[in-house]
Design a protein around this ligand. Structure first.
Ligand code: PLP
Length: 853
């Protein structure tokens, strides 16, 4: 197991390392832990290596290094520092060493090695203190650096390669000494007693060398990302986790840009056929990326699109090249002479263009100038920089060309300097100007998915997207309430399924959060969201009034709360029959009119009454077209150009307009929305005589998709306060539904059957669209988990479907769940609003029952 810099820099991280190692031991495995230096330490050592005669700076850097290690030592609560101080003493000796002022390569390598020697020493002490018997090993006793042909001096000391291969005697020797070992990444023995370091990504490479040497069961690279992705997630947030790659694909992705794994570490494990996995230290439950011998998907497909910036192109032009024996040999001889390794090559009758990758080369302008001077002797040279290489990686690239037309069209619009198709049929590379890359990669990624050459529905290869993984942690400020009630919920599902379960505590908590907004004078619960009697009582107890849209809703609330005053009910119907208005008025309920018809045709009913007028501010908002309730396409409210006529009729019939109302949609997560409605209603109300109340509606959203940011109630409070300060004459009312109950409700269902058709897997449950219609009606996204297997790795991509005879009976498309079995309890979250109340008996199936906790 290899742990990188950030994974070894705090005590908590070391606790995680101890836990992971202990769990392997509990499964009868022996573990070798390979560590990097504490984060930032190798950089400090590098800078120290460059100080030469600047003793003051050297001293300062030395002190920082010592303090950094002592601080972790103290944080770990370790008793004595002497183990670490021995390395600090070695640091002091090196600073006194005569090789310091010359910055000799052997000296630099020894200095750099100190970072890993210190971190592994600290780690060994801590793991032993944590009761994990751990033996410290000096990696240099096992890994021997060997010079590659034509390798520069610099490379031999500071970017060394190691001879590798299975050494059964070493494995047996270690097996006889214990079960847990810790050693350093990045360092190796050179010659008899010198130290060399392995260069960038050296710790990964060390782990791979050790994996091959010991013929390990697996090499695990523990890092702080979940694995390799189908693109750089910083450029493409929708990039998908690659759950399985073969060695060749992983090598290509690593070589062509992904920084997660150093390309050098594939070769040793591939030769030894040792699988290598990338895992996230923060989220060990995620599957990560597994790299092994066979690919899981037999068909050609693009697995990733990667990019490398900082490339330099050297274009060499000569007429005499045509059929000239030895021209290429002469040209490449010059590159060899200057220690430059060539990456991509494009050739024409009169031109050869090659690329130089800065990560393989010590590229500076001097080297380039010297190279060009040499090359000028046999050709005309042009240097093109800065360039970037964009690479599509996947097996069988040549057989996919006909499906890449949309991708190629994107390149057609650009200046492409070089195209290279690798002879192993694994990559297709385009070299373009560096500046276009960041905007281009997300477009190309989307086009690859659209053309189905990147087959993201294949769950054997592709996992969850980066944005979903990243947001799961950040936006879920607190774990949902149901996570703490698993046992109880499983029991409830056992009793009856499908079943809605509501947490009244959660309803109260949401009500209290809203009541903390001082600008709102009266809160109403829009009971269309969920009219369960216990919920009505709970919000009533929190001081909420009620907003109803039908006579039956009025009856339901009066039934649940018999002593409720009629004026605590606001009736806001739409296209309701005349009798409902009459009944409401008769009961003393406040009535809102949202059309001219009632006032023009039934005006006498409203004589002498106080009424509210619902206006249409001309635009709708919300999470889906079907919930936007503003604009000409929506049937709600009186259009602004009809308000004058409405007032005229109201005046004629002696109805008093005492309030203005607007509700523009549902599921809105942007606090600024209500600010704008508030301002618009207030300025409109100023034109009336008697208006004292503004009702700015409901629509307060709750995050559903992992990437949704929750509604910022502090921002909402301050926006409303600001408007209210400008219009203190108006009372402010609001009428949310969803916000109070959505998260409080879950729908529990049982797995009925599972099915596979081609690559598509279905998990059937006993709750269908007749219990929860939101996904079918609004394309709503509800989190879905297998409650019976909560915490198990969710690595199967499935369609969660119900038993209703409709193709649209899908509760969740493309969800990742652990392998589900008949009888497992599935939980559909955020189902408390517009769930049970919209249920039907379609197919004569009874919808889910309801239960309050
Ligand atoms: N007020 C009115 C007039 C509505 O039509 C609705 C929803 O349809 C609401 C309030 C409640 O909306 P939400 O549940 O999104 O808060």
């Amino acid at each position: 197991m290899k742990f990188g810099g950030t994974s070894v820099s705090t005590r908590t991280r070391w606790d995680t390392i101890a836990e992971i190692a202990a769990s392997h031991c509990a499964n009868g495995k022996r573990v070798l832990i390979v560590v990097s230096a504490l984060s930032g330490v190798t950089d400090l050592l590098k800078r120290l290596g460059e100080t030469r005669d600047d003793f003051a700076q050297a001293r300062q850097l030395r002190d920082t290094l010592v303090a950094r290690h002592h601080a972790l030592f103290d944080e770990m609560g370790l008793p004595k520092r002497n183990a670490i101080d021995a390395w600090m003493a070695r640091l002091d000796q090196l600073l006194e060493d005569p090789r310091h002022s010359e910055a000799r390569l052997s000296w630099q390598a020894e200095l750099l090695a100190l970072g890993e020697l210190c971190s592994s020493t600290l780690g060994a002490r801590y793991l032993n203190e944590s009761r994990l018997d751990t033996l410290w090993l000096d990696a240099r006793d096992f890994l021997r650096a060997e010079a590659l042909p034509n390798q520069s001096e610099w490379g031999q000391w500071l970017s060394a390669s190691v001879r590798f291969g299975h050494a059964p005697e070493i494995a047996a020797g270690l097996a006889s000494r214990g079960d847990v070992f810790i050693t350093q990444g990045f360092i190796a023995r050179k010659d008899a007693s010198d130290t060399a370091v392995l260069g960038r990504g050296g710790s990964d490479t060390s782990a791979a060398y050790f994996g091959a040497l010991l013929n390990a069961e697996a090499v695990e690279i523990w890092t702080d990302v979940p694995g390799m992705f189908s693109a750089n997630p910083r450029q493409v947030p929708d990039a998908r986790l690659l759950v399985r790659l073969d060695y060749a694909e992983a090598q290509e992705i690593a070589t062509t840009g992904a920084k997660v794994l150093h390309p050098r570490c594939i070769h040793p494990v591939r030769d030894a056929r040792v699988p290598i996995c990338i895992r996230d230290t923060n989220r060990p439950e995620l599957p990560g990326t597994e790299i092994g011998w066979e690919a899981r998907d037999p068909v050609p497909s693009v697995k990733a699109i990667s990019s490398r910036k900082g490339l330099t192109l050297v274009s060499m032009e000569t007429i005499s090249m045509w059929q000239q024996v030895g021209f290429l040999a002469d040209v490449f001889e010059a590159f060899k002479r200057h220690g430059l390794s060539v990456d991509l090559i494009g050739s024409a009758e009169t031109n050869v263009t090659v690329s130089l990758d800065p990560s393989d080369n010590l590229l500076d302008s001097d080297v380039l100038a010297r190279l060009c001077a040499d090359l000028e002797r046999c050709c005309r040279v042009k240097v093109i920089a800065p360039c970037a290489a964009i690479t599509l990686v996947g097996r069988g690239m040549r057989s996919m060309l006909h499906r890449l037309s949309a991708v190629l069209a994107e390149f057609g619009a650009l200046d492409v300097h070089l195209i290279s198709q690798s002879s192993n049929n694994l990559n297709l590379t385009f070299v373009v100007d560096e500046g276009v890359v960041d905007a281009l990669i997300p477009r190309l990624h989307a086009l690859l998915i659209q053309a189905d050459v990147m087959r993201v529905t294949d769950s054997r290869v592709f996992g969850t997207s980066w944005s979903e993984l990243a947001q799961v942690q950040t936006t879920r400020r607190q774990p949902a309430w149901w996570r703490g009630q698993r046992e109880r919920l499983l029991e409830l599902a056992q009793e009856a399924s499908p079943r809605y379960v509501y947490s009244l505590d959660q309803v109260r908590a949401q009500a209290q959060a809203l009541k903390a907004i001082p600008a709102v004078d009266r809160w109403h619960y829009a009971l269309k969201a969920n009219p369960h009697a216990q919920i009505l009582k709970a919000v009533h107890a929190e001081g909420f009034a009620f907003e109803c849209v039908s006579w039956n809703e009025i009856a339901a609330v009066r039934n649940a709360i018999p002593d409720l005053q009629a004026e605590r009910i606001l009736f806001t119907p739409n296209f309701a029959p005349r009798e409902e208005y009459r009944a409401a008025l008769h009961a003393g309920v406040l009535v809102t009119l949202d059309a001219l018809h009632p006032i023009t045709e039934w005006g006498e009913d409203f004589a002498g009454r106080d009424i509210f007028l619902r206006v249409d501010l001309g635009v709708g908002r919300g999470h889906h077209d079907k919930v936007r309730t503003g604009g000409a396409q929506s049937k709600f409210g009186v259009a602004l150009d009809e308000i004058a006529a409405f007032r005229e009729h109201a005046r004629r019939h002696g109805a008093r307009i005492i309030g203005l109302h607007a509700h523009l949609g549902s599921g809105i997560l942007d606090a600024a929305h209500w600010r704008s409605v508030h301002v618009q209603l207030a300025s409109l109300a100023e034109q009336f005589n008697r208006i004292g109340i503004l009702d700015i509606g409901g629509g307060l959203g709750v995050p559903s998709r992992p990437r949704d940011e929750p509604l910022d109630l502090v921002a909402l409070a301050s926006a409303l306060a600001e408007v209210k300060q400008a219009y203190p004459q108006f009372q402010l009312w609001m009428e949310p539904g969803r916000f109070l109950v959505a998260e409080a409700g879950v729908l529990l269902a049982r797995v009925t059957q599972t099915k596979r058709k081609g690559e598509v897997r279905y998990v059937g449950i006993d709750a269908g669209m007749n219990s929860l219609i939101r996904p079918a009606l609004y394309e709503a996204w509800h989190e879905i988990v297998n409650l019976s297997r909560l915490g198990q790795v969710a690595d199967e991509l499935v369609q969660v479907v119900g038993p209703i005879c409709e193709t649209g009976d899908v509760l969740g498309g493309n969800r990742r769940l652990p392998v589900c079995r008949e009888g497992d309890v599935i939980l559909i979250a955020e189902a408390g609003a517009y769930g049970a109340v919209m249920a039907s008996r379609y197919n004569l199936r009874e919808p889910a029952s309801e239960f309050c906790l």
